[in-house]
Design a binder for this molecule. Sequence first.
Ligand SMILES: [Zn+2]
Length: 190
Amino acid sequence: MPSVFSHAIAAVAIGGVTIGGRSRATLWALGAICAIVPDLDVVSFFFGLPYGHMLGHRGLSHSLFFAAVLAWVVTAIVRRKLPASPSAMRLWVFFFLATASHGFLDSMTNGGLGVAFFAPFSNIRYFLRWRPIVVSPISVYGFVGRRGLIVMWSELGWVWLPAALIFLAGLALRRSTPREAVETNGGRSS
Ligand SMILES: [Zn+2]
């Protein structure tokens, strides 16, 4: 996996393109959490589940199905708690992409097993053909020393820099489309 920071940064970049309005910072933060959640599956190691198990690391929690369900749950909560938030469809797309981005970034790493994108229907693990990201150690101690520097350097180049460019492009796009203010208020005037 890339580090949790890189997963969060990728989600915020997606938020910069898809989500605006007054509650955007809160929504971006929620998207960042969605992008980190899949790696909670590392608890499977403590329960003795093998890496390649459907519920193991990079299994069900990294699937498109999981991303769709988590996005649905978070969207429902946001619509209830933040009435002035963007439309449910826009929120779902954002939270889905934020969560799914985790698996795609993992599938671009050069270590571990692939990602079970189609779990629970299939446990086949996939990598992308292009895997430039140096895999991050699961343990925090793995970041200490030369290996940690190599991982961070790799993520800066392959995740943080593209994410910053996407985020800035999203902001520029948003400034040129004032109609979004109407949409994010659900069509209501304030
Ligand atoms: Zn992961």
